[in-house]
Design a protein around this ligand. Sequence first.
Ligand SMILES: [Zn+2]
Length: 487
Amino acid sequence: MIENVILITIDSLRAGHLGCYGYYKKITPKLDELAENGIIFTHAFSNGPQTTASFPSILTSTYPLMYEMSKQHLSKYRIMIQHLSKHRIMISEVLREAGYSTAGVNCNVHISSYYGYNRDFEYFRDFFEDYSRMPTQKVIKFGNRAKVLISIMEKKINKVFSDSSIIYKSIRRFYSEIWGRTQEKKFLESIVKLKNINAAVINKEAISWLKNKENNKFFLWIHYMDVHFPYLPSSKYINYNKREVISLNRKIIKHCIKGNRADISESELKQIIKLYDVEIGYVDNSVALFLDEVEKLGLLSNTLIIITADHGDEFLEHGDTFHFQKLYDELLHVPLIFYAPELGEKKVIDDLVSLLDLSPTILDILGIEKPKKWLGESLLPLIKGDKRRTNNAVTSEVSCSNCKRKISYRMKKWKLIWDEERDFYELYDLEKDSKEIKNIAEEKPDIVKYLSSKIKEHVSMEDKTRRQAEEKKITGMLEKLKTGGGI
Ligand SMILES: [Zn+2]
């Protein structure tokens, strides 16, 4: 009988780089073995392309923008930042109420206690204090100060020289260059610190908790950051020198800073992908080592192991590296593997599913009713082979600048992406164009009409939920005022 659950999430791991998802290199023997002996979902998709746009669905089975719209962005890096709304019900909350010990171990600042992800975990370790408080926030602060300085200088120079003069342009370029370089250096320094907390450290923490926990039944969530940019594999696993590795990472950072396509040659791109793959190999090995320890503790036979990722990474498929606010499959197609001897026969399931379904599935397997607020459907009937999915579509979204969204509605054959800011549609025929290159929205108005009506339904559902949450908040504040309490 399955009594416990270990959820392993791997940041930025795109499905296409695993052997069990058809990758030409064999770099993931352990994950392939789990898939081979367990349940693999070949068409699992994230509900958002970034950590903050994805984790609300993984842990609360609700859409990323249902209760809050990210007002804060790391604009230069085009990353959505969001505190987890209290209206969302975390899986840790449900399981804790059901008598489970709950623990979370991760080192991604966006899903740290600072952003509310420690809620209802009895034990939560996010290494927050280890990397000198919010590296990303430090970069923003530093960046803003530098920007102000540059604009003051520009105004002063502009008083003397006209906009179009060569001297003004040269001075401006000079300042932008300094700004870019210093920001790049700070960014790299802060993120390298974060990479020190590798999978081995996460494993150590998690195993130590497993050894010392009091309750028998448990839910453990661990999150690895090794595959996340920057790709800095240890020299033990790759014969590049440190300088080469840093220089390749700098290429990507330059792109992040400048916001346009990096000047990355084909051979450099190959090397960057190699670094990414080596990081994947390291994580695969870390999963193996971790599960060996779990087995030694006698916990493997009655524990469900789930492997997934919050999103993928782009390697210039659509002009970018990293994972920005885009909704193409290289960012949304994620691995989803369930492994437990008790789950029955091994199986390959090709129904379209999303990470919204993950938490409801866990509860279903444990025999616990899911909260009404959760929107995902349990995958257990698919695992048991009882039935196919009726709603074979996945909605994904991300908040962009000015609280405007990008939303995609994906079926097996069609995918429509709506850019709210430009009110622009992209339609792809995934059977003929799996790389999403040719936008055929104008050629297929009927398909656009049908799929956009689905997106509109989604938008009005989200807007309504957000409005209600806001009203509730105001009512609560008024009540407090009436009763004489402070706000
Ligand atoms: Zn992430």
